[in-house]
Design a protein around this ligand. Structure first.
Ligand SMILES: [Zn+2]
Length: 474
């Protein structure tokens, strides 16, 4: 068994490699230790090979969520109708402070299984619930147990001490990240790897900004910057006002580059995007969260003017869905909506679209993989990459008649279409059912943890934030 290869035969393969997304009838072969070895038409059989019949399937690389907060799965949708300020006060403050390590474990296992079930094979977990080292250990254990591929971006604790951690904070990144780097997450080739979530320039002192980035460099970690880079309707300030120049601040200390992923970026200036493009820095767009929670329209088109490809993400599970098919749809429609609106207002006609469904597919796979520091390992179906592969049933009512297969997937597919999910060569879902041994027990544990976290929390007060000097958060 150990040397047995697996060949996925007869599928309609959608993938994005060096160029745009492509569609072809191909076989895909991977080794027992989880490497893609061959992709091509009618591959000659290998003695003893395992065969997955994909004759009525779409075969594609697993979707990659380049920015998600899985600890929030217990509190799904509790903040959907809240403002960002209310969200910070309730979810990131009072509720997050009540999470015990076992609650973090329960939430993340639930979130990871939801991801796998929905065709997501890799997630960047921006973990801003590092209330203690035990919370970090519980999060990592859940990721290890779920089978999902994860970049675990170690972050700060909950918001109960928000003044200490955010408002011109002089607190350095929690030192516990060193313990993780030297211990459980030392191996960059493992399925769960370590990164760092750092706070943006306008929320920490210049000394702390420099320290945090240098710590990440010292530990050789990919960095994700979340928490306010969108700007949005909860503040009257705009980038450029009163010295708010976060991208220049990062550039000044020499820390823009491919090791960094900036989240949101809706309202950055053209010169910011020029700097981001010049330095090879990544940008992750979370279209649902950005439109729902007040950042505004995604920056996709302004980024494309600088030849920047957007990575795709979902963001806060307390407000939006973890469904990456939905995120693809939102990215396409929101971007086209922005183009149309701008054209109408300037009296111009639009004769062709500057973003296609193939571009969005690439955002959800290869570009997102790159934004997780994993562009050479996953995100496309090519020999030499890890076997993170998804098979969609192409014959259900919402997908049959594949006139434009990439557009069919981007506009019409949903988690219910996901038949098979393979991560690192391991089959995690087959015939539409998760292989995880006891999903019901995971849901039960999540219910118990949810009850604990909500106990004694007066939800009637959720619209009265206890902190009122919020600035540029999200
Ligand atoms: Zn976020």
């Amino acid at each position: 068994m150990t040397n047995q290869v697996t060949t996925i035969r007869g599928g309609l393969v959608i993938s994005a490699g060096a160029g745009s997304a492509t569609v072809d009838h191909l076989d895909t072969r991977f080794s027992a230790d989880g490497w893609i070895t061959e992709v091509g038409p009618s591959l000659p059989p290998v003695a003893g090979e395992n065969v997955i019949d994909a004759s009525s399937m779409i075969v594609m690389p697993g979707l990659v969520d380049s920015h998600r907060h899985p600890w929030q799965a217990l509190m799904r949708c509790i903040s959907t109708d809240q403002t960002v300020v209310e969200y910070r006060s309730l979810a990131r403050g009072r509720l997050a402070a009540r999470y015990r390590p076992e609650d973090v474990y329960a939430a993340i296992l639930l979130s990871d299984l939801e991801a796998i079930n929905g065709g997501v094979t890799a997630v960047s977990d921006l973990a801003h619930i590092m209330n203690s080292p035990e919370h970090a250990d519980a999060a990592i254990q859940a990721h290890a147990d779920s089978g999902l591929r994860v970049l675990f971006c170690h972050g700060e604790p909950n918001d109960l001490e928000v003044d200490a951690w955010y408002h011109n904070s002089s607190r350095k990144h929690p030192d516990d990240v060193r313990r993780l780097r030297n211990g459980v997450l030392h191996d960059d080739d493992a399925r769960v790897t370590l990164g760092m979530k750092v706070r943006p320039p306008f929320l920490v002192t210049p000394e702390v900004l420099r320290y945090d980035f240098e710590l990440a460099r010292e530990l050789d970690l990919h960095v994700a910057m979340d928490g306010g880079l969108g700007g949005g309707c909860w503040t009257g300030a705009r980038w450029g006002d009163d010295g708010l120049v976060p991208i220049e601040d990062i550039q000044t200390i020499g820390q823009l580059g491919p090791h960094l992923t900036l989240v949101h970026c809706n309202n950055l200036t053209d010169s910011d995007f020029a700097l981001i493009a010049e330095t090879g820095t990544h940008v992750s767009i979370s279209p649902d969260h950005e439109m729902l929670c007040g950042h505004g329209l995604p920056a996709t088109i302004r980024m494309r003017h600088h030849n920047l490809e957007a990575a795709l993400s979902t963001d806060s599970l307390v407000a939006v869905s973890g469904d990456m098919f939905a995120a693809m749809r939102s990215l396409l429609t929101a971007t086209r909506g922005g183009i149309s609106d701008a054209a109408y207002r300037s009296g111009e006609a639009v004769w062709s679209w500057d973003i296609t469904s193939a571009d969005v597919f690439r955002s959800a796979t290869l570009s997102s993989a790159a934004a997780c520091g994993l562009g050479d390992k996953i995100g496309s179906l090519e020999p030499g990459k890890r076997a993170d592969i998804v098979l969609l049933k192409s014959d259900p009512l919402n997908l049959t008649l594949l006139n434009n297969p990439i557009a069919n997937v981007v506009t019409s597919a949903h988690p219910g279409n996901v038949d098979t999910v393979i991560i690192n060569g391991e089959v995690m879902k087959s015939g539409g059912a998760l292989k995880f041994p006891d999903v019901d027990a995971v849901v039960d544990a999540a219910e118990r943890s949810r009850a604990h976290v909500l106990a004694e929390t007066d939800l009637a007060t959720i619209k009265k934030p206890h902190v009122d000097n919020w600035a540029m958060f999200a």
